[in-house]
Ligand binder design. Structure first.
Ligand SMILES: Cc1ncc(COP(=O)(O)O)c(C=O)c1O
Length: 480
């Protein structure tokens, strides 16, 4: 996408067509927040600070119910574990407890937090690579199920019985494990075990059949391919058969991990945005190392899960039929999908600067840094357009009479040239100004806290949990 500066100057213009917009899907709760409770946002920014992450547990619950309905539609015994890593807010853990779903944890600290919310070990699934012996011990002690990532990790589980091999009574609680498979479509991954390693793992486990419960097999794939997931699921069903033949009679679960897609924009908007995208649309003609998230996915999580379970695996047999025939329970670990529309990030604007006199575009500096919108730190950018919320001093007559757009990139308030919240020059219909707010949409999944930092001695960014009814919004500071 990069081109020389001269080329940029020649082609740059303030013509609005040169700056494509990518309108974000507005959910019911964000609609209420913008239309009825905008003052509350300004109050919160004033009192709690900027940026501010607002999270919506009601939306989270609705997402859980929608995915659960797909499992019911397919008449499957299944369990959803929320992948906690996708957002640290406590309110989501509390919602999991209320909804009686499980939680997937990937660190000892996540496990400790989850237990502190009185979630029982039987509702916890432990993932993550090469877990420490302490993490494994705590997981076993609380009765959580552990997705074992490697032979070495399996030895850590077995090591818990050193000196007890001859014991006639099984340890209490018995370790409950799954073996994590490395699907053929993801051969280069550092996670999970390939076929030959699974054979070795089962041999290692065999003498411990009455001391370790092998519940089943798991995988997690990056990317959103339904086909690769179906293929890997069929492999797992075969592995369940192999394990049962070896005498692991309690083996009855496959865990497909996460990776259900989220739709941030309409597919049409996304396609036309991508078609017209040029380096000149970004401040300094910025080039990204990684591709962008597919913001305008055709499928959302519900339709993707339905498609996956309906996929044909043998002539006339769907994946869900295969699972039912083999009496296999399905576990899922969605993170991003359960957080779809479950939060926004609000940044107060502290200054706006015209960057290029001739080819007029601006940079608005917000209070906060791009660490609070994590995508930037993965060599990519969070592209759905933020909404501009004008401060109370704004009046309609300031709208440009000739419908001029105001292409504005968004910067963090640090001393780093690279601290850009949006490199993209977003074509605002009204000029952003000091004390306005920007509402970045749908940021609860991974954007809020995976890269948070106290750089420049800035405070940790607070989260505010919000609940809506028709006329009121109730809020609470969320303890992370
Ligand atoms: C093992 C495992 N499970 C679940 C997830 C959640 O994935 P997603 O947020 O795409 O649903 C991840 C994400 O990295 C993961 O590594």
């Amino acid at each position: 996408m990069r081109s020389s500066d001269n080329a940029v100057s020649e082609s740059l213009s303030i013509d609005k067509l040169k700056y494509p917009d990518l309108p974000s899907i507005e959910s019911k709760y964000v609609g209420l927040l913008r239309s009825k409770h905008a003052n509350k946002l300004f109050e919160l920014i004033d009192g709690v600070g900027s940026p501010l992450h607002c999270v919506f547990p009601q939306q989270f619950s609705e997402n859980v119910l929608q995915l659960t309905a797909v499992l019911h539609k397919h008449d499957l015994q299944g369990k959803i574990y929320f992948a906690k890593k996708a957002n640290k807010a406590r309110c989501f853990v509390k919602a999991c407890k209320q909804l009686e779903i499980g939680i997937d944890v990937a660190s000892k600290q996540e496990l400790a937090i989850t237990l502190s919310e009185a979630i029982s070990g039987s509702d916890i699934s432990v993932s993550g690579p090469e877990k420490s012996i302490e993490f494994v011990s705590l997981s076993v002690a609380c009765g959580a199920q552990i997705a074992v990532d490697s032979i070495e990790e399996l030895k850590k589980v077995l090591h818990l019985f050193t000196g007890q091999e001859q014991a006639s009574v099984a340890p209490n609680p018995m370790p409950r494990i799954l073996l994590r498979f490395k699907p053929g479509s993801d051969k280069k991954s550092r996670f999970g075990m390939a076929h030959n390693q699974l054979v070795e793992a089962l041999e290692l486990l065999r003498p411990y059949r009455d001391k370790v419960k092998l519940l089943g097999f798991s995988f997690h794939l990056s990317g959103y391919s339904i086909y690769s997931r179906v293929e890997a699921a069929v492999d797992l069903v075969k592995w369940v058969g192999v394990a049962r033949d070896l005498g692991f009679s309690q083996c009855n679960q496959i865990n497909l991990g996460g990776g259900l897609p989220v739709k941030y924009t309409s597919t049409d908007d996304w396609m036309s945005f991508k078609r017209t995208l040029m380096a000149q649309h970004f401040h300094q003609n910025h080039v990204f190392v990684h591709d962008f998230y597919p913001y305008g996915n055709e499928l959302n999580a519900v339709s993707a899960l339905d498609k996956l379970l309906s996929s044909s695996v043998h002539p006339g047999i769907s994946l869900s039929q295969l699972l039912r025939r083999n009496d296999i329970k399905l576990a899922l670990e969605p993170g991003r999908a359960l957080l779809d529309q479950a939060g926004v990030s609000v940044f107060g604007i502290q200054g706006v600067k015209l960057i290029d006199q001739q080819y007029r575009y601006w940079v608005a500096t917000v209070t906060g840094t791009s660490f609070s919108l994590s995508e930037q730190w993965f060599g990519s950018e969070f592209l759905p357009s933020p909404w501009l919320l004008k401060s109370s001093s704004y009046s309609d007559h300031q709208v440009s009479a000739n419908a001029e757009l105001f292409p504005t990139a968004i910067a963090g308030a640090s001393c780093l040239e690279y601290d850009m919240v949006s490199w993209r020059k977003i074509p605002f219909p009204i000029k952003p100004a000091v004390d306005d707010c920007l509402i970045y949409p749908n940021t609860a999944g991974y954007q809020m806290d995976s890269n948070e930092s106290t750089f420049h001695s800035l405070p940790q960014i607070p989260k505010v949990a919000m609940w809506f009814d028709e006329n009121k919004v109730r809020w609470q500071l969320d303890a992370m």
